[in-house]
Every structure is written in C-alpha cells, then in structure tokens.
Ligand binder design. Sequence first.
Ligand code: 5GP
Length: 203
Amino acid sequence: MSERGILVILSGPSGSGKDTVLNRLVEVDSNVKVSVSMTTREKREGEIDGLHYYFVSREYFEKKISENRMLEYAEYAKNYYGTPAEPVDEMLEQGKSVFLKIEVQGAEKIRNRYDDVISIFLIPPSMHVLEARLRGRGTEDEETIQHRLFIAREEIRKAYDYDYVVFNDSVECAVEDIKAIITAEKNKIGRNKKTISEVINNV
Ligand code: 5GP
C-alpha cells in the first residue's frame, strides 16, 4: 500500500522557467504528476484541450464552483482559472507527488485551506537574467517587458510566504533541488507515523 502522495504548489513569475522545470521533472521522476487546470480563456495557438488546460465555458466553470468541485480558483485577466479537485485527489491517493502550477493568489488560498501542502517559489537568479529571458522570447514590446518585470518584482515579494525557494540558474540544478525537497518532505516524521508504528509492532 503506498502512502498518500504529496501536494506541491509551484509558483514563480513569468519567465522563471516553471514549464521547463516541470517538464523535465516529469521526465526524470515517474512519480511526479502535474495537475491540468481549467480555464475560461480562449485557447491559444498550439494549445491542446486536456493537456495544457481544460478549456470550458464560464457557465460550466461556475457550475463546478457551485458544486464545490474546484480545489481553488482565481479570476485573472477577466477569466477564471482553477484546479479541478477530483483528479488531484485521485493522483494523491495513488501516492503521486502532484504539482499545481499556479499564481500567488491561488497558492495563498490553498495554503490557507490545507496544512499538508508544500509550496515552492521558483525564481531566476537575478532580475537581469529574468529580463534577458523575457527579451529572448522576442514576442513582447518594451512597454510589455517593463510591465512584466514590475509584476515579477511584486510576485517575488510573495516568496517569503512559501516554504521553499528554488533559484533557477540551470534547469538541471532546479530539478535536483525540487527532487531533494520532495525526498525530505516524504521522510518527515509526520508523514510516516503509521509506518513507524507498523515497524514497532512487527506488522
Ligand atoms: P495563462 O493565461 O498565461 O496560461 O495563465 C495566466 C495565469 O494563470 C498564470 O499566472 C498561471 O500560472 C495562472 N494559472 C493557471 N492555472 C491556474 C489555476 O488552476 N489556478 C490559479 N489560481 N492560477 C492558474
């Protein structure tokens, strides 16, 4: 029988590399799963329903809220974004480490609601690196880049509320750090009381 898995929040400003790090983590650790969020925003080019998001209507999303089937949700840029509770619960039951890639407000809601959640804040090693990454995308004008940098600074201030910080200077190092955090969390006494007592009682 596997122990119940661990719920992990991963937040970080745009350009911090959350997607790259999580994609790599999923590749190297088969026990890691990433929750697929639900959103009412329009599908962007290249996005696949059920893979990047579940794209739904406002009506459908509000129904799920009223049925209490969202673990958390937030309204962001006039659209709903949220985490469907059921798949997360199933994956946790299977003993998986379930990652929620969510912004800081959603993270705060989850932390207030559940004691047993680990939160990790991913940040670039410096604002210069973040700026270079945002410019490197080559998709945004100067004003947008400055605005994103401003928002990133505000978001990084929230890092103090998290349990762990991971500095993403290289993807491999960030992945190693996150794996180490999961291992340490799995070995906490509080998560292993049943197993310890089984050892004592020779079960
Ligand atoms: P985008 O539209 O660029 O895909 O996402 C906009 C923002 O919504 C990002 O900051 C992203 O992390 C956040 N987000 C995505 N899924 C969820 C979710 O399930 N819950 C919350 N609270 N935020 C989410």
